[in-house]
Write a protein that binds this ligand. Sequence first.
Ligand SMILES: Cc1ncc(COP(=O)(O)O)c(C=O)c1O
Length: 437
Amino acid sequence: MPTLQEARAQVITNYQQRTPKSAALYAQALRAMPGGDTRSSTFFAPYPTYIERGGGAQLTDVDGNVLLDFLGNYTSLIHGNAFPPVVEAARRQVELGSAWGAPNADQVRLATIICERVPSVELVRFTNSGTEATMQAIRAARAFTGRDVIVKIQGGYHGTHEAVSSGAGVPRGALDATIQVPFNDEAALSQVIAERGDQIAAVILEPMMGSFGMIPAQREYLHFVRKATQAANILMILDEVMTFRLDTGGTQAIYGVHPDLTSFAKIIGGGFPVGAFGGRTDIMALYDPRNVRVSHSGTFNGNPVTMAAGRVAMEHLTPDRIAHANALGDSLRRGLSEVLDEQRLHGQVTGIGSLVGIHLTAQPVTNHLGANSARPELKDALHLALINRGILQSHGTMLCTSTVMSESDITHAIEAFQDALVELKPALEIECPDLMR
Ligand SMILES: Cc1ncc(COP(=O)(O)O)c(C=O)c1O
């Protein structure tokens, strides 16, 4: 019987055999980038898969392996890869000029689409990333309230700027200005507001926490956050960077909550770099160029190619297409859960609609404590075992569906999961008896 480490070593050997050209590129990359990569999230051991091209639901790596794309560039490719209407819009725009130091018509159209779809967003501004979107939403909240402190969820990810990060390089002043509370925990937030409410500018959270594995907010919790912040004149920033794909009105429409500010990114750029933040007119007025109180420039904000691609992607994101991607996500969740049942393994498959998280744990997963990350070796082995079977997903074993997928893609992913668990199960029996039913 192999140990988990031995089982993982076998998975890695299989991976190395199918990806020699990725290995060679990684060896070169090590000479030019620290650890050979430029995004913390895309790296995994022994080296990441280098992609050559994509089309629809499929990617082809540099070794010619075909992968089903359940990563979608971290949930941003709602219409899959190289979606023809987006390709056409981007190509047309590149021919007309890829960047101008001036606004453009698609920027107006995309802003209008967002404001029309999301009632809490009366006015919106564009950025180049979700990181910048949450950074500006926090800046706006601080400027509007005259307070400095931000409350975020423990383990929540809102990008890499200082107000929402911890660890090396983040100055003490920034750490002191951010309070972290556990997710889905009303008492913890109540206590923080009772103790420091008059210093708090905003509470920022996702309606479903992507960073620790697609764990939805409990409905009462999200409504509690809204009421508690309102009562203390604290702004509520809902980070819909990942979750805007779940409904035309975002996940705030599903929950029926009305935040003061919302951050967006990912799908709204049609596959190009993008971000946006928006909300109440009186808050967003801080950015009015006729009377600037918060300055916010950016050489590529509202970039014409991004705006053209994003507008077309959003126009094609009709309620029917969202329902299709969400139904495929439901079907995937159901199938993966059935595999866990058949294999007599404890685990939970979380998420809403097109966003799916796999957690091999007997703990209930309602916050970061229950999530998969407790067992990195198992997570790594499962992630790579799925890639070996042609399923690309995030390193934390999160998957997303897209509007261009079909039931056969879902069946393929479910079969791959079954097969991967069969490969790993002998090791799990030895080292993870708590996972056995
Ligand atoms: C909820 C959430 N907020 C913010 C970000 C940061 O967005 P970006 O990677 O575009 O900077 C992400 C990225 O994954 C995210 O998931």
